[in-house]
Design a protein around this ligand. Structure first.
Ligand SMILES: C[S@@+](CC[C@H](N)C(=O)[O-])C[C@H]1O[C@@H](n2cnc3c(N)ncnc32)[C@H](O)[C@@H]1O
Length: 395
């Protein structure tokens, strides 16, 4: 019986790198092969009617150029393209070996239906058929490629400087940090009460406290809280800050706060986990969380949510640094979802008796020429900032 002919996949993107050398990129699974024109032609033949018999023998040059999109942290170039790669020294492959490479890197599939079904969140810890949502993929990268046990530890390393005092150079600093410095000035916060929900090592807890607020930080991770405690002490903020370990479910964890109420409840890069869980064993409910938090608001208080932008996060950074473009690989069906869409967020807020009263899309100012990350962050917002307030008659 003849071997089944693999079909090329419709989402594969071919980009010329230099004459006769192409990047062939699957933006869903983020795999790359660097190939010559014979390799691209072979993919074209495989996409034919499938009944054309074995492609003729010839020499092809192609190498696997896949690197983990998370190698430089969450805000490294999610395209993972090595723009300086060459085929120099690449061995000649025969047709069978070239097809095998294309198959392994999911540029072709024997069964496109099975391939399509594999692009989605994992259902449980044993599910190896699906590639997983981004949080699950990060977990796998940390465990298998970096051989580290804890995603939490990796997450702080890729966001913060070694002393944990602030974000490392990159979008966390020049987008998230710059925005937050500007949006909360001293007058806004003086003597206000703030709950920093999922405070991590306390970056924003310290920002609010240094601007005169009384802040309660809660987090599920005791190591982050320990770091936050030490940094607050170094900054002389201990008097203004309380830190509590948050037990789940949230209602129980927040019970330690008694009947206190807050002018501002702040969530940075945390609400997304209530929509897209990283742990298939933990069910988190965004509506229940927002309802609980709404109950902790003082009169006129706001819930501020700083989240990865629901459209642009983790989408490829293509084009020239100054003229970046991206391809949006998913929107409505969040197969590799990171964070909710605006509608999902709005619906959860509505169900909790809240409405969006202010929305901002965060972009970098004044990108340095030639810096692709800055160019992208100046054009496409990596985060959005939404303020939620109580809406009478809903929830
Ligand atoms: C991405 S970090 C953000 C930390 C901090 N807000 C910041 O922006 O620097 C997410 C934080 O949420 C905490 N966390 C994890 N699961 C949580 C949950 N179910 N509820 C609240 N916080 C959680 C983690 O320990 C971590 O510190």
């Amino acid at each position: 019986m003849a071997e089944p002919t693999p079909a090329t996949l419709p989402e594969v993107i071919v980009t010329p790198v230099r004459p006769g050398v192409f990047h062939i990129f699957n933006p869903f699974v983020r795999t790359h092969v660097l190939g010559d024109d014979a390799f691209v032609a072979l993919l074209g033949e495989l996409a034919g009617d499938g009944g054309g018999g074995a492609p003729a023998e010839r020499a092809i040059r192609a190498v696997d150029a896949t690197v983990s999109p998370f190698r430089d942290g969450l805000l490294g170039d999610p395209t993972g393209l090595d723009r300086d790669a060459t085929l120099d020294g690449a061995p000649a492959l025969d047709v069978a070996a070239a097809i095998e490479l294309a198959r392994k890197r999911q540029l072709v599939a024997d069964d496109p239906k099975a391939y399509a079904a594999s692009i989605g969140p994992r259902r449980n810890v044993l599910d190896r058929k699906r590639i997983g949502n981004i949080h699950q993929q990060v977990g796998e990268h940390v465990l298998l490629e970096l051989r580290r046990r804890s995603v939490d530890e990796w997450w702080v390393d890729q966001k913060f400087t070694a002393d944990r005092r602030g974000p490392r150079e990159g979008p966390y600093r020049w987008v998230q940090g710059t925005f937050m410095d500007a949006v909360y000035d001293r007058d806004d916060l003086a003597e206000h009460t703030v709950l920093d929900f999922g405070c991590g090592p306390g970056l924003f807890t310290r920002l609010f406290a240094s601007r005169g607020a009384r802040v309660v930080g809660v987090d599920t991770n005791p190591d982050h809280l320990e770091t936050a405690r030490a940094l607050c002490a170094e900054d002389g903020l201990t008097e203004r800050v309380e830190l509590h370990e948050l037990a789940l479910p949230v209602d129980e964890g927040l019970a330690a706060l008694g009947d206190r109420r807050f002018d501002l409840i702040f969530l940075s890069d945390v609400l997304m986990f209530y929509f897209y869980s990283y742990d298939t064993r933990v069910e988190l409910d965004p509506v229940a969380l927002l309802r609980t938090l709404a109950g902790l608001l003082a009169a006129g208080g706001r819930i501020a949510v700083l989240e990865p932008h629901g459209t642009f996060w983790q989408h490829p950074w293509l084009g020239a640094p100054e003229r970046p473009f991206t391809i949006v690989t998913e929107h409505r069906h969040r197969r590799t979802g990171v964070t909710p869409t605006l509608e999902e967020l709005s619906r959860a807020a509505e169900a909790a008796g809240l409405g969006i009263v202010r929305a901002r899309e965060l972009v970098a100012d004044d990108p340095a020429p030639g810096d692709r990350a800055q160019g992208f962050a100046a054009e496409f917002p990596l985060w959005w900032f939404l303020e939620l307030g109580r809406v009478e008659g809903t929830g």
